[in-house]
Design a protein. Structure first.
Length: 354
């Protein structure tokens, strides 16, 4: 079977959107330039991939995915060889997401002209919804603090500030009236124009960046992946974890191991014996140094060599400081559970980065 004949069979037998059909045509067309007859061996697919020079990684991966799906269909229905079996999809270099800062979101809101623009931007930011679900949004889909959307992944219910809900109902006019009454592409272009009017430049000025920005704000504030999942209505929690990973640096800025140690020691009552208490200096218990105990305790903690680091924010000096803190705690709490866990934690950290 010829490659382009196979494409026609796939398009006739698989249900897909017009956009997907276009992607399949590009993918099969590219393959047909190299293999007029349908390829049968994996090496032929690899040669096609090697010849795809000048195309973006995302495009190459998309075409590969379309062809693999098409060949799966041909294998099942026409018993044709499937050269994609056992082949891994091409790697795609991950691009860092763009997030609007809080100040930029304020600028976008101020750049809105009229209730329509304001309702669109506020809905996207506050609910975290996809713009693709808004064209069919009716007055009856808006509740008191929520809205129901029919998205590409199915029906979704997003939370939304009650005041914005009232504005959406007013724009709809009735239960059957459409709130925005236009296509998703038109709404996307409207968001881009508002962002440009706000003075923002660069790539990714669209509605999806507003969704990412909402998730990033929730992730940095709550530090809770379940909150991100609830906001974005993800089926897979691993997708929500991406936003937690992206704000790790910001989250760590607010974490002080020293302060955590101090708080936990104080909560356990240990700190009252060792630290001067305000207004009662006479009650301070002085613990004499004991070199023998210090030597025994120090032996439980791995030495930290030069150049060791755990992630960009945890350097050699940090590990040494943690070791010193753990030794100081263990010196006065020999054998307790916290001391043992601290020792094992440091061992794992050092072992992992060697």
């Amino acid at each position: 079977m010829k490659t382009m004949e196979a494409l026609n069979e796939v398009l006739a037998g698989k249900r897909m959107s017009e956009r997907s059909k276009s992607n399949f045509k590009y993918a099969f067309g590219s393959l047909a330039e190299v293999h007029e007859e349908l390829p049968k061996r994996p090496v032929e697919i690899n040669r096609w991939l090697v010849g795809l020079k000048g195309y973006a990684d995302q495009t190459v991966r998309l075409w590969f995915t379309c062809l693999r799906s098409g060949f799966d269909y041909l294998e099942v229905n026409y018993e044709l060889p499937n050269p994609f079996k056992g082949l891994d999809a091409p790697k795609v270099k991950k691009k860092r997401r763009r997030y609007f800062k809080a100040e930029e979101i304020v600028r976008i809101l101020r750049a809105c002209k009229g209730e329509y623009d304001g309702a669109l931007i506020m809905t996207l930011v506050d609910s975290g919804c996809r713009v693709g679900g808004l064209p069919k949004l009716k007055g009856s889909d808006v509740g008191d603090g929520w809205l129901n959307l029919a998205e590409k992944t199915g029906e979704r219910r997003y939370r939304l500030d009650g005041r914005i809900c009232e504005l959406l109902k007013r724009l709809a006019g009735s239960d059957d009236g459409l709130v925005f009454g236009t296509s998703s592409s038109a709404l996307s272009m409207r968001v881009i124009r508002i962002c440009k009017r706000a003075g923002l430049t660069g790539e990714k000025l669209g509605a999806h960046t507003l969704r990412h920005s909402s998730a990033s704000l929730v992730a940095s504030e709550t530090k809770n992946v379940m909150a991100v999942r609830a906001l974005l209505q993800h089926d897979n929690i691993q997708t929500s974890m991406i936003y937690i990973h992206d704000v790790e640096e910001e989250l760590l800025k607010g974490i002080s191991p020293l302060q955590l140690v101090a708080d936990r020691v104080k909560d356990s009552g240990y700190g009252q014996k060792q630290l001067p208490m305000e207004g009662s200096p006479d009650n301070v218990e002085v613990v004499p140094e004991d070199d023998g105990v210090m030597e025994m305790v120090s032996g439980e903690y791995a030495e930290i060599g030069d150049g060791v680091s755990v992630r960009p924010l945890l350097k050699t000096e940090d590990l040494r400081l943690l070791r010193k803190i753990m030794i100081g705690y263990a010196r006065n709490n020999i054998g307790d559970a916290v001391s043992q866990r601290g020792s094992e934690l440091l061992r794992r950290m050092v072992r992992k980065v060697k």
